[in-house]
Design a protein around this ligand. Structure first.
Ligand code: SF4
Length: 54
């Protein structure tokens, strides 16, 4: 298995960086607020912009 980011759990299984065990093998990830801006109120208002489809 590729090296994965410690402490990152990801459920987006169709991302090319996703690995079994909910692990991310990207070198780093960028997480942003949905719709832009710099603050969110709930976790579902944020998302990973490093995502790339398989
Ligand atoms: S890049 Fe983002 S969406 Fe893809 S596996 Fe890593 S954390 Fe998940």
């Amino acid at each position: 298995m590729a090296d994965t980011l410690a402490g990152v759990k990801c459920t987006v299984q169709n991302c090319k960086y996703w690995n079994n065990g909910y692990r991310c093998s990207a070198p780093s990830i960028e997480v942003n607020v949905d719709g832009g801006g710099a603050s969110a109120n709930r976790s579902h208002e944020t998302n990973c912009h490093t995502f790339a489809p398989r």
